[in-house]
Design a protein around this ligand. Sequence first.
Ligand code: HEM
Length: 436
Amino acid sequence: MILIISVLPALLLAFGFNSLLRRHEYLLYGFGICLAVPSAVLAAEGIPAGLSYPVQMLLAVFSKGGLAGALFLVVMFTGALPDQSKARKKLIPIRRQLSILASVLAIGHGAGYGTVYFVRLFTAASELKTVMLSAILCSLLLLILLLPLCVTSFIAVRRRMKPAAWKRLQRWAYLFYALIYGHIILFKWHAAQKGEREAVLTVILYTAVFAAYLGMRLCREAVRRKKEDLILPVLLMTFLLTAGVTAACLLPEAAASREAQAFSAAGLAQLPDTNQNADEAGLQAAKTPAPDVLPEENARGLSGSEVAVQAVETPASDVLSEENARGLSGSEAALPVAEAPDSDDYFPEDGIYNGSAIGYNGRLKVSVTVQDGRISDLALKSCVDDEPYVSRAVDGIFPKVLSDGSLQVDTVSSATSTSEALLKAIEDALGSAGGN
Ligand code: HEM
């Protein structure tokens, strides 16, 4: 979705403002910086809640790297178009400017998310699971490559370099493009495998677009080297690559999740082993239709199957093993984020307190109003998680916390990470106020 929205302004800029870009490039970079700074803040702090869906999408185009990515796509495809194509002739003179603008915007997006993810990498790397660790390492490498590529795109710098050295350095752009694709797929991996629509679409779209680029680039090279007979195998290879990546990413866990839900409906799944991680535990549960349900679960009114489904549907488990500690073992999958208040002085003095926690895509913030020793109001202040999940989590969690006066509520199964983060943020707010 973000890709589709972002491609339009990128194409408009490239074709509609072509001559302006040639004549006033520094004006454009200044404009880029003006957009990059708020984008970084939004990526780090979350998009303010309560805004309409179109406004949220518009902000996401900048903060989630959509426009930067779309501009890089224009730059990439320009290099892959045939020499005689009109579009190539029009775009080649502004390719440099577009890539500098894209870099400025990407720095904003990357720096913002970096405040969440790089901090995790340097403070809790051993607790990160493989997919998330790979996504963060990809992103770090992206930023490291981006800087020399961007700086050497300025004419003044290029002129000081030997042409061969400049060309050698710019070849790293191919790795950079691959890493853009890689970090997107890795960050979306678990949500896509769970069959979440937005993530599935994102994976399919980016895979198709990057495969098309690869195919066109290789065909161009085949023509240049007068090896036209390679074109068909190249096209076949890129098609298979697209189908393979899409299938690998989308099929296995989505199937397991459906399977687990089927078992859940039948009340057949078994509790996973407490030492397994969420994915393994959930999958194991999904694959093991044993009727055992621990009495502990019965006491909470949860069947083993519900616990198993929650374990399957816990993408946050991928973010941190802090989640593992809480949400990964089957018997703990439905445990509350905080213990219920058991005395009258549990909550702090009346007032409004703010708290934050890391959701699926980054930080979210809540404000908690305490009145007469009870939570009287809850509000989501900002969030970067995707909208349908945020609404589901807020609608599922806030009314329950308000009515029960406790954080001991079940998470919303279709928005587990965001639900857990909401509960943690409320807990954080109460904790910072001296409650808990
Ligand atoms: C430097 C070049 C970078 C570019 C061009 C870039 C571009 C993108 C694009 C196009 C998306 C997909 C947006 C969508 O359609 O949903 C994305 C997602 C994402 N990027 Fe980057 N990115 C870059 C660097 C980084 C860095 C350094 C980080 C830091 C951790 C990062 C973190 C993320 C995250 C977390 C997402 C998922 C956002 C979400 O779905 O909410 N990116 N990026």
